[in-house]
Design a protein around this ligand. Structure first.
Ligand SMILES: [Ca+2]
Ligand SMILES: [Ca+2]
Length: 282
């Protein structure tokens, strides 16, 4: 089954304050007027948010005017993974993932994994859907580094509890079972969330990640937004921009496929504003 993004259940407008989108509204009763004022005041105190928007260009991420009317592009949550004509679905709960086909469970994540996020993708660009998982598990050095007399190349890629963050692809092996198609080594910068979209409209999905640091004291906020592409063996970062972002969404906008990042203004105190697009050197 071809894998294509589908419109999600909510529109990008849900990330924008309703007052900004709906324009002036009549509030008839004094009580309703006070409730409205109280609600808006609470929102401004508790969760002041604003959006930033980017598009992917040949030179990296470029800020674009915010287009709130675009259709959301979201990762599917079901697909025919084992090519039996019936869609399988994802069930993420309590740090585990079960791939279900009707009442049957075709695959379950190992107990030692903590699955933070999962979505149907075609990130390995083989034309078949797979499941991409954001996983935390016990850190392990690279097998090729275990005999080195000095510290391995990824020895710092874990938190103080010895847990490291990984991206793992699960898919059909063509021989009767679902298995790991690709498992990344410990990430240098742990991912807070990811999504996928064909940002440059070349027919191939890119991977978008929000990343922060191991043992980050503010783990809800990302430090960077990155865009990656499959290189045949793994992923190469093709664009990045700094930003204290809470969450990402992707919409089809006037300028093409746009990335929307939700910024917490309070969290940006003392943090430099978006430093502009850059291409990572690694
Ligand atoms: Ca695939
Ligand atoms: Ca693409």
């Amino acid at each position: 089954m071809p894998l294509s993004p589908r419109p999600g259940p909510h529109s990008s407008a849900s990330l924008v304050s309703s007052s900004a989108l709906n324009g002036p509204q009549r509030v008839s009763s004094p009580i309703a007027r006070w409730l409205l004022i109280l609600g808006l005041s609470s929102l401004s105190l508790i969760s002041p948010v604003r959006l930033r928007s980017w598009v992917l260009t040949e030179t990296g991420l470029r800020r674009s005017p915010l287009m709130s009317a675009g259709k959301p592009v979201e990762m599917p949550v079901q697909a025919d993974l084992n090519q039996d004509g019936t869609s399988e679905s994802l069930d993420v709960a309590d740090g585990g993932l079960a791939l279900r086909s009707g009442a049957s469970i075709l695959w379950r994540s190992p107990a030692e994994w903590t699955v933070r996020q999962a979505g149907i993708t075609d990130l390995n660009l083989d034309g078949r859907p797979e499941v991409s998982l954001l996983v935390w598990r016990s850190f392990e050095a690279l097998p090729t580094d275990r005999l080195l007399p000095h510290a391995g190349r990824i020895d710092s890629f874990h938190d103080s509890r010895g847990q490291s963050c990984h991206l793992i692809l699960i898919g059909w092996d063509g021989q009767g079972r679902l298995r790991e198609l690709w498992a990344g080594s410990a990430l240098a910068d742990p991912i807070t969330s990811f999504t996928t979209a064909d940002l440059d409209q070349d027919g191939r999905q890119e991977l978008l990640t929000l990343e922060h640091d191991y043992d980050d004291p503010s783990p809800a906020f990302a430090r960077d937004l990155k865009v990656w592409e499959w290189n045949g063996f793994g992923f190469t970062a093709i664009a990045a921009t700094p930003g204290r972002l809470l969450r990402l969404s992707v919409v089809g906008g006037i300028e093409g496929v746009e990335i929307l990042g939700q910024v917490d203004i309070q969290a940006m105190a003392g943090v430099p504003a978006d430093g502009g697009p850059r291409i990572p050197g690694r």
